[in-house]
Design a protein around this ligand. Structure first.
Ligand code: NAD
Length: 485
């Protein structure tokens, strides 16, 4: 029995909730772990989207001229309030997405760490201090400086709602941008809580605004002429549309898109560690990760040993509603589960064979659960090997040489991440440089730090989030030359 009934307004603009005149366009919010309807989200109208952008535009001159020190204090306060509200934020993520407690808590930690990191960059102030240039002509002085891009549209998906949002809002605010956020229509309660926390921290009205809705609302937002910058995380298909919309006014874009990443197990790998990294890389968040390393390449010499240990580990994964010790939760929606199961069926129909699967706990009931599945030796043109599944399906393929492993790993138009498991440091160096991926993990789980930039090559997107580059993506680089006389 659910206890919470959520009703989310169509928009929050300058600190005020804006309701919709009709419920006809509202979308349901489900508890992914039980399937139960737990609320409704109203959809923003074209007028509300326009108002949100105009309010952000109105708030810009004053916000972009606040000192980095002032912004540092506010960002720090947001990080502290997120930590203080950990229990409620984690509970909401468990309720909406069905994430196990340890994953829901990791998301809270990640969001808080991101605000904390950008608070630090603002406090240091170096990233905002004009730099004097060395020029070959001493009759002029040159200066390089950075300025907030302007009003940013921030559009995020449902898989790590609070985290993806923090990765955008924190650097945008640090840079002096004002924003209009459009959360995913499936998981927006978490972002509404985050928006309240940001207001509570003392961020002025109009600096952070939120509009609810799906792709149509996102498209209207990206087309608005007063938007200067779009930061989008989502599928490559939607990313293309966003980039086309941005082209009209030359809006700046950051695109964090899909992936089809590899995990490589060399013959010298510690197999226990390789299995643990494979389970984490393929089945964390029920495989709904842009960074899922669901193409697992294993050296022939250790293939049988790896598969035996992997099978034991996958069969032991507890798939259940959120509770201590649960390792894997449900997919976000019934539609997402259908999509993943249809892709799996398509791959099997085309000749891929399932080597083994995990199992569902009886407590899974009507939640949107799916047991983890491992496919062995699919053909290189099988859809399960080539396409992003975004669910708990991993493929394993054997290789004989490093050259073959690198060629197989790079045989994709995506290029987000990769993992290598090896005891050989020289080999690790070769893989690090030859794998086409924005981030390579060597013998580590998928560690993410706000100091380390995130983003991919090819179809995985354009630009970087996090780190100094994440801040710079919300700034315009400018120069001035002055007569020195
Ligand atoms: P999606 O593209 O369907 O939607 C993402 C967001 O964009 C949602 O808020 C949606 O409402 C909005 N949207 C959809 N069409 C739009 C349009 N034409 N204009 C503007 N906004 C639009 O993706 P999804 O199903 O929500 O998320 C899964 C995808 O996100 C996967 O492909 C995954 O790889 C990707 N993803 C990437 C990263 C990364 O950092 N690279 C992180 C998480 C998810």
């Amino acid at each position: 029995m659910e206890t919470t009934t959520i009703t989310l307004p169509a928009a929050t603009i300058s600190g005020h909730a804006h309701r919709s005149a009709t419920t006809a366009t509202s979308t349901p919010i489900h508890n992914a772990a039980t399937g139960a309807l737990i609320g409704w989200q109203e959809q923003a109208t074209a007028d509300q989207i326009d108002k949100a952008v105009r309010e952000a535009h109105k708030a810009l001159p004053s916000w972009r001229t606040t000192s980095p020190a002032t912004r540092a204090k506010l960002l720090k306060k947001i990080a502290e309030l997120i930590e203080a509200d950990r229990a409620r934020l984690a509970a909401m993520q468990m309720q909406v997405s069905g994430k196990p407690p340890f994953e829901a808590n990791l998301d809270v930690s990640d969001a808080a760490a991101t605000f904390d990191y950008y608070a630090g960059l603002c406090a240091e102030a170096a990233a905002f201090t004009p730099e004097t240039l060395k020029l070959p002509d001493d009759t002029v002085t040159g200066e390089r400086f950075y300025e907030a891009v302007g009003v940013a549209a921030l559009i995020v998906p449902w898989n790590f709602p609070m985290v993806t949002t923090a990765w955008k809002i924190a650097p945008a605010l640090a840079a002096g941008c004002t924003v209009v956020l459009k959360p995913s229509e499936f998981t927006s309660p978490v972002e509404h809580m985050l928006a309240q926390i940001i207001a509570e921290a003392g961020v002025p009205d109009g600096v952070v605004n939120l509009v609810n809705g799906g792709g149509a609302v996102g498209a209207q937002l990206t087309a608005h002429p007063l938007i200067d910058k779009i930061s989008f995380t989502g599928s490559t298909a939607s990313g293309r549309k966003v980039m086309q919309a941005a082209a009209q006014d030359m809006k700046r874009v950051t695109l964090e898109l899909g992936g089809k990443s590899a995990l490589i197990v060399r013959a010298d790998a510690d197999i226990e560690r390789a299995v643990s990294l494979a389970v984490g890389g393929a089945f964390t968040n029920a495989g709904q990760m842009c960074s899922a390393t669901a193409r697992i390449l294993v050296h022939d010499d250790v293939y049988r040993k790896f598969m035996a240990a992997f099978e034991t580990a996958v069969r032991a994964i507890q798939v259940a509603p959120p509770a201590e010790d649960v390792v894997m939760g449900p997919l976000v929606s019934a539609a997402q589960r259908e999509r993943v199961q249809a892709l799996l069926a398509q791959g099997v129909e085309a000749g891929a064979s399932v080597a083994f699967s995990g199992q569902l706990d009886p407590a899974c009931g009507d939640g949107f659960f799916m047991a983890p599945v491992v496919v062995a030796e699919p053909a290189v043109d099988n859809v399960l090997w080539t396409d992003e599944v975004f669910g708990p399906v991993a493929c394993v393929k054997s290789f004989r040489t490093d050259e073959e492993a690198i060629a197989l790993a790079n045989d994709t138009r995506y290029g987000l991440v990769a993992t290598v498991v090896t005891a050989d440091q020289d080999a690790a160096r070769r893989y690090k440089t030859q794998l086409r991926a924005g981030l390579v993990w060597i013998n580590t789980p998928q560690l993410i730090f706000p100091q380390v930039c995130w983003g991919g090559l090819g179809l995985s997107g354009i630009g970087r989030e996090l780190g100094l580059a994440g801040l710079r993506s919300y700034q315009e680089l400018r120069h001035a030359l002055t007569d020195a006389a």
